[in-house]
Design a protein around this ligand. Structure first.
Ligand code: AR6
Length: 180
């Protein structure tokens, strides 16, 4: 179990600065760029990323698409579209799908190190406390069953979000390490 937890890193960093196999983009359905982390990734990757995104034809909410990383350190960008948070909606299911679909592409492209932003937690309004549980639980479930992933980095843009992730990660570790 410890080995699994060691694969997860929570950091306060601009995701575009990371030297990983893939960075995940919190995009919109058009995949044609936007603000927030999407804007930062497109700016750092350069105009070829937009050209590649145009060829994808967009992406439904909860799905994921892959392109090269161009001028980024990361050779790949996995674009996923999180749900716009709405209390009546199936947010949890869609956000879980985002993480799982990114992992499916990671497997297909032999991606061993991957960095996620807090998908849907900016303009899409997903409460960070709920979203971080989904991010961590989905990732832990996946790495328990798939050894090809060496590292999952959660690159948070504020120290507040980093603390929220860290606190929840501690709770998971303490719960899952309990003797049965
Ligand atoms: N590195 C890491 N995290 C970042 C960075 C960065 N460089 N920049 C922002 N964040 P958001 P969403 C954080 O709004 O809620 C776009 O316009 C940010 O502080 O980027 O999924 C798309 O085109 C927040 O915690 O994504 C869509 O239209 C998190 O990344 C829409 O926003 C996600 O915030 C998607 O909204």
């Amino acid at each position: 179990m410890n080995n699994i937890f060691e694969k997860i890193k929570i950091i306060h960093r601009d995701i575009t600065s990371l030297k990983v196999d893939a960075v995940v983009n919190a995009a919109n359905n058009s995949l044609l760029g936007g603000g927030g982390v999407d804007g930062a990734i497109h700016k750092a990757a350069g105009p070829k990323l937009l050209q590649a995104c145009k060829k994808t034809g967009g992406c439904p909410t909860g799905s994921a698409r892959i392109t090269k990383g161009y001028n980024l350190f990361a050779p790949y960008v996995i674009h996923t579209v999180g749900p716009v948070y709405n209390k009546k909606n199936n947010n949890r299911q869609l956000l879980t799908l985002c993480y799982n679909n990114c992992f499916i592409l990671a497997k297909e492209y032999s991606i061993e190190t991957i960095a996620f932003p807090a998908i849907s937690c900016g303009v899409y309004g997903y409460p960070i406390d709920e979203a971080c549980k989904i991010a961590l639980n989905t990732s832990i479930s996946f790495i328990k069953k798939n050894s090809f992933i060496h590292q999952i980095i959660f690159a948070l843009f504020s120290s507040e979000y980093k603390s929220i992730y860290e606190n929840h990660f501690e709770i998971i570790k303490n719960t899952q390490n309990l003797p049965s």
